[in-house]
Ligand binder design. Structure first.
Ligand code: NAP
Length: 263
């Protein structure tokens, strides 16, 4: 299937590795021109080089913290300047820290809101004037299965990501008539670098193997394994492509079936 992404101008936020990184790489493999972002310039430059070397495509690295109110607009402006406009925006950020209601300090709530919700709000706000000029405009937000089914010890993520879902559904209603599609992916356990690092540290602490921990984490997942970043990216890139032209306002789980609810 031709996804219709040749030459598309794409910004993927928080994408020097992990879900965002795999998505940027897949866009580039499909012939899109891609701006990537992260807070650390060396890692970001390395990620851009790796994608360019593999795909021969244009990859623009834009350093910035999407939780910082000034950076979001600057990142979008950098992408627009380098790519000559914008067709597709993928909002993403690091996850808020773990913890229970009683262990998480009060001020962590505001930071989590800035990181998970306001980063998406500000990126979309800055990108809209350019997306309106595109004839294949799409926005994809990244949330989590936790919006359907809370995950233990992730009170911040379980709570504030609901705002991303409300934002996505509301924007679908507001922007659909302007021809801008808006969707969200709800990832389940995916073996990104962060998950691998966290599980390795936990295995060390608990005197177990990372495989034992991963098996425990995915015991309730019908496919009995974590997803790969590439499996996530395939769905992300399809949803943003003209090939998914009538998919709008959808919350698509990429979770190996871990959400057990019927609807
Ligand atoms: N992996 C999973 O199983 C899973 C499941 C559900 C939801 N999620 C959520 O999906 C998102 C991505 O997770 P991941 O596993 O791909 O993480 P990851 O492997 O740690 O990658 C995160 C990427 O985002 C960048 N980043 C982090 N915070 C940023 C910020 N404030 N501004 C700009 N860039 C930032 C990182 O680069 P720098 O550190 O250099 O900035 C890195 O490139 C997170 O919100 C996570 O909670 C993940």
């Amino acid at each position: 299937m031709d996804l219709g992404l040749e030459g598309a101008r794409v910004l993927v936020a928080a994408s020097s590795r992990g879900l965002g990184g795999a998505t940027a790489r897949r866009f580039s493999l499909e012939g899109a021109r891609v701006a990537i972002n992260g807070r650390h310039s060396a890692a970001l430059e390395q990620a851009a080089q790796a994608i360019r070397a593999e795909t021969g495509g244009e990859v623009v690295p834009l350093v910035g913290d999407v939780a910082n109110p000034d950076d979001a607009g600057r990142i979008v402006a950098g992408a627009v300047a380098a790519l000559g406009g914008l067709d597709i925006l993928v909002t993403n950020a690091g996850g808020p820290p773990p913890g229970s209601f009683e262990s998480v300090p009060l001020d962590a709530w505001q930071r989590a809101f800035e990181l998970s919700v306001m980063s998406a709000v500000r990126l979309i706000h800055a990108a809209l004037p350019y997306l309106r000029q595109s004839n294949r405009a799409a926005i994809l937000t990244i949330a989590s299965v936790s919006v359907k089914q809370p995950i233990d010890n992730l009170i911040l993520s379980n709570s504030v990501r609901m705002g991303v879902v409300g934002l996505t559904k509301s924007l679908a209603n507001e922007l659909g008539p302007q021809g801008i599609r808006v969707n969200s992916i709800l990832p389940g356990w995916t073996r990104t670098e962060r998950v691998t690092e966290l599980n390795a540290a936990r295995a060390e602490r608990e005197g177990r193997t990372p495989d034992e921990i991963a098996a425990e984490q995915t015991a309730g997942t019908p496919l009995r394994r974590m997803g790969t970043p590439e499996e996530f990216a395939n769905v992300a890139v399809f949803l943003c492509s003209p090939a998914a032209g009538y998919v709008h306002g959808a919350m698509i789980p990429v979770d190996g079936g871990s959400i057990r609810a019927t609807l």
